[in-house]
Design a protein around this ligand. Structure first.
Ligand code: URA
Length: 235
């Protein structure tokens, strides 16, 4: 793979910048300065450094973000804040996008990647990837809610939801819902079908990956190797 292509794919610099830095002696391959950024290297075999920093090549990037309220699940928006604005420039250059959507007022776990194939497959209804949410509602949920959710409830437009797990605390106004699908406003519509209203919603896990409690709203981190493997095994 060409050095300049590799560096630009990783979001480290543009190809033109790579050419300049190489000429100035800022790129080393196996400890030797490489003045030609168009040279091909095997990233698995050669050690590449850019301005003294070791470069590790990965084809795809995966991060988790703790989405704050008020952000749309998009990579661009003319008038509203959008989630990829919360990532540093280097990551934004890698063209990450959110795996699935959360409403603007929903907070919590969002996975972003540039692996389109895996993202598509994780969202496919065929794969039943579990998503877990914490919610509060305006009123206590009625007695039969847990059983009805388990059987699959019908929304106002007639859509029959897949079986979902509902766990409520003693107030019955707060709890967790586990879904294996992701229809538009799904939880809000599920709760609305009980003549009730969601007052807060947070995603706390996706495909078994838990929202890292060390991340404040708006913060992100790379997924670990184990987390990436867990996603790959479900996609
Ligand atoms: N269900 C909703 O209603 N909203 C979300 O953001 C996610 C699930």
């Amino acid at each position: 793979m060409r050095i300049d292509k590799l560096l630009s794919e990783l979001g480290i610099c543009t190809r033109r910048e790579a050419a300049k830095v190489a000429k100035a002696g800022g790129i080393h391959v196996d400890g030797t300065p490489e003045r030609d950024a168009s040279r091909h290297i095997d990233p698995d075999k050669s050690q590449l450094t850019f301005m003294g920093r070791e470069v590790t090549y990965q084809k795809y990037t995966y991060v988790m973000l703790n989405k704050p309220e008020g952000y749309v699940s998009a990579t661009d928006d003319k008038s509203l804040p959008y989630v990829t604005e919360l990532l540093p420039d280097e990551l934004r250059r890698r063209e990450l996008f959110p795996v699935g959507r959360l409403d603007r007022d929903t907070v919590g776990l969002m996975i972003l990647t540039n692996n389109g194939q895996l993202a598509h497959s994780l969202l496919s209804p065929k794969h039943h990837v579990k998503k877990e949410y914490r919610f509060t509602s305006a009123e206590p949920l009625d007695k039969g809610a847990e059983t009805d959710f388990e059987r699959g409830i019908t929304l106002a437009d007639g859509y029959e939801c897949k079986p979902a797990e509902l766990y409520l605390d003693e107030t019955r106004r707060a709890g967790r819902i586990v879904l294996t699908e992701g229809k538009y406003h799904q939880i809000k519509r599920m709760i609305a079908s009980r003549s009730n209203r969601v007052t807060s919603l947070e995603r706390i896990s996706f495909g078994g990956i838990l929202l890292d409690s060390a991340l404040s709203r708006g913060e992100w981190r790379y997924l670990t190797k184990e987390e990436i493997e867990a996603l790959e095994s479900q996609g």
